[in-house]
Design a binder for this molecule. Structure first.
Ligand code: ADP
Ligand code: MG
Length: 232
């Protein structure tokens, strides 16, 4: 069974009196532990698709199954719970909490995990900070970190609650090319170690090549030249 499965998936926004078709009937499947990119120009529907997979937005039509759950049927409360339990997010502008240290930002999702001791929590956070190469910056606040360092913290935060799926919407858009490549290498390394599925979006052709599977969006539709999975 695929980790994510979409069939004739559509999303139409209503803007005033007009319908804006953002996603127009896409079919795809994403396997566990894969490293997948949705690519395409601005406005092609990448964010809309990632937001539906992440239960931040609901489909207008078709079917979408994520981790064997038909996410279209989840109400507000259930989708928030589903997200908190299973999905990590990485954003273009990092979205770290400015008043918290790197350590506290990574710890933050664990507030939802009630049954952990303080010691287990600390060990988990430090393991993740170490894995992303940020253990010696644990006490710094976001404004004391570079863009690449902030995104490393965000990768750790996305993984700390043991998510099975990480969604990253243009995670490298605010980084220079070398830093962007290193962030992708880091995400791939974390996929290898933790078997977490990473799905990211990008419109940068140099970054798309780092993906093992690419789905190309054009005006809300998938193009024909999508590459099949090559990892394993
Ligand atoms: P991308 O992430 O590839 O740049 P988006 O998914 O953000 O593309 O947008 C796809 C299309 O949907 C665009 O035409 C955009 O203007 C439109 N769109 C996105 N979000 C909304 C919204 N909340 N309301 C109306 N139209 C939207
Ligand atoms: Mg977008």
């Amino acid at each position: 069974m695929s980790l994510i499965h979409a069939e004739k998936l559509t999303k139409t926004y209503r803007a005033g009196d007009v319908d804006v078709p953002a996603v127009r009937g896409v079919d795809f499947a994403i396997e566990p532990a894969s490293f997948v990119a949705f690519v395409g120009p601005s406005g092609s529907g990448k964010s809309t698709l990632l937001n539906m997979i992440g239960c931040l937005d609901s489909p207008s039509g078709g079917r979408l199954s994520v981790l064997d759950t038909d996410v279209a049927t989840l109400d507000r409360h259930a989708s928030a719970e589903f997200r908190g339990r299973h999905i990590g997010f990485i954003f273009q502008d990092f979205n770290l909490i400015p008043v918290l240290t790197a350590y506290e930002n990574v710890e933050y999702p664990l507030i939802m995990v009630q049954n952990w001791t303080a010691a287990k929590r600390r060990e988990r956070v430090m393991n993740l900070l170490h894995a992303v190469g940020m253990s010696d910056q644990a006490d710094k606040r976001p404004d004391q970190l570079s863009g690449g360092q902030k995104q490393r913290v965000a990768v750790a935060r996305a993984l700390v609650a043991d998510s099975k799926l990480v969604l990253a919407d243009e995670p490298t858009a605010n980084l220079d090319h070398d830093t962007a490549r290193r962030i992708l290498e880091l995400m791939k390394k974390m996929r290898d170690e933790l078997k977490t599925t990473f799905v990211f979006s990008t419109h940068d052709p140099k970054i798309m090549r780092e993906a093992e599977v690419t789905f190309t969006l054009e005006d809300g539709r998938l193009a024909q030249n999508n590459s099949a999975a090559q990892h394993g």
